[in-house]
Design a protein around this ligand. Structure first.
Ligand SMILES: [Zn+2]
Length: 444
């Protein structure tokens, strides 16, 4: 339930990190957006049912698109079949099936602003916006793959094919963090490029077979962590989110807390990881051998130098993160208030550009993660109070939620976040904007 309320809140004003669509980002799809304008489509070829938005012809000709789309899906399915596992064959059949109809509808490709609020996905940094997103089945435009018009001019044919294959797996219902990670693993397995390491491909092919009992299978956790480290070293945001989602399900598992360090080995991340490592060291005495190794890998001389440059403010961020996962929300908030992650005055000029480009976005990801977690915590409490008709409890919780929004989400319109309210049909109104109210069923 907690997750669901949080997701509902994220619908229009996502704070999500993500470079890549993923299941959270799917929630950014704005069902309103296509109401006014109907995009016009053209059939990709006479023998497929794919529909291509005419807007896409700005970027490639129709024959080029045919080659890109059909090439992506053929290369992908051939490779999936070679994996030979029950899961990979199932996904291959699914991807192939998109050429027919999904739930009686043709698969559409769009290259425009309509239908997805790219800006909302990450208002601060265009580079972090998704390249493409797949609609989920609840969306009125399902099945559509939206390609980001701001990114399209810069993508090569090979990159585009990888992306489309990745999204076609999402269309089958496999999300990031909610299912075995097929999109990234099969993508790295089947669309290997010069920049990818051999190791990343090997690990990708392994995960793509899907031979696990589920996302909590310890073998899966080990494989996916290793894969993310090798395959997506620059995508600290995604790897962290993966670790976090695992952490949330296993709050008591101390190893999960060390995972965050395992996933953030770069010197650019050290202004956060060094003070966080020290907090863990202090709390867990004595450390196990594996934990000691994780700490040792973080506290390298190079990392220490880089961390030193981050200064005092970052200690507050590490504290906030640490206390959040200790379930001490009051302290976590207090520390978060003092964490100034964009203040770079103290950073020496020689490395300031690197710090601004790599460290600051990473620190912002951490800050948003904690702020989002605090908001989810109070939202969930308030939601439960409304479910139980406990007006007194709600009255005392609501100000906490408002305070978190004002402090950490200043770009949000406070009018959209009135107290949760039970509607006449029994659902609970959790958010309103000028067009509609977002409702969540009261039963878990
Ligand atoms: Zn994805």
């Amino acid at each position: 339930m907690k997750l669901f309320v949080w997701m509902a809140l994220v619908v229009a004003w996502s704070v999500v990190r993500a470079e890549d669509p993923g299941s959270q980002l799917l929630k950014n799809l704005n069902p309103q957006a296509l109401k006014g304008k109907k995009p016009s489509y053209i059939r990709l070829s006479s023998d497929t049912k794919y529909l291509l938005g005419r807007s896409c012809l700005k970027y490639h000709s129709l024959p080029q698109w045919r080659e890109i789309i059909e090439g992506a899906l053929t290369t992908g399915t051939t490779c999936l079949k070679q994996r030979g596992s029950k899961q990979s064959l199932e996904i291959a059949a699914g991807v192939e099936g998109t050429a027919q109809l999904i739930q009686g509808k043709a698969l559409k490709f769009l290259c425009e602003e309509e239908g997805y609020s790219w800006k909302a996905a990450n208002p601060r940094d265009e580079n972090l916006q998704a390249d493409a997103v797949a609609t989920d089945p609840d969306n009125p435009h399902f099945p559509t793959i939206h390609m980001n018009p701001r990114k399209l001019p810069r993508l090569s044919v090979e990159e585009l094919q990888r992306i489309l294959f990745h999204e076609s797996i999402h269309l089958l219902g496999y999300g990031h963090f909610t299912h075995i990670e097929y999109s990234y693993s099969c993508e790295h397995c089947c669309f290997h490029s010069k920049e990818d390491s051999e190791e990343a491909q090997r690990l990708g092919c392994n995960i793509c077979k899907g031979k696990y009992t589920g996302i909590k299978d310890p073998r899966y956790i080990d494989d996916i962590m290793q894969f993310f480290r090798k395959a997506l070293p620059a995508h600290s945001d995604i790897r962290l989110a993966e670790a976090q989602s695992f952490m949330k399900g296993h709050r008591q598992e101390r190893w999960a807390k060390f995972n965050v360090l395992l996933l953030s080995p770069l010197p650019d991340q050290a202004p956060f990881t060094i003070p966080y490592a020290e907090l863990l060291e202090k709390k867990y005495v004595p450390l196990s051998e594996a934990e000691s190794r994780v700490i040792k890998n973080i506290k390298t001389p190079e990392n220490k130098v880089f961390a030193f440059l981050g200064g005092e403010n970052i200690q507050h961020l590490a504290n906030a993160f640490f206390f959040f996962y200790e379930s001490d929300y009051k302290l976590s908030e207090k520390e978060l208030m003092q964490a100034q992650v964009t203040d770079v005055k103290q950073v020496p000029a020689t490395i300031r550009a690197r710090y601004v480009n790599h460290t600051v976005p990473f620190l912002e990801t951490i800050k948003e993660e904690v702020a989002g977690g605090l908001l989810a915590y109070y939202s969930d409490l308030e939601f439960q109070a409304v479910v139980q008709n406990d007006a007194q409890a709600q009255k005392s919780i609501y100000p906490h939620r408002q305070r978190i929004i004002r402090a950490f989400f200043p770009e949000w319109n406070p009018n959209y976040f009135p107290p949760f309210k039970r509607a006449e049909d029994g659902t609970i109104i959790v958010m309103v904007d000028d067009k509609e109210a977002i409702r969540v069923p009261a039963s878990p």
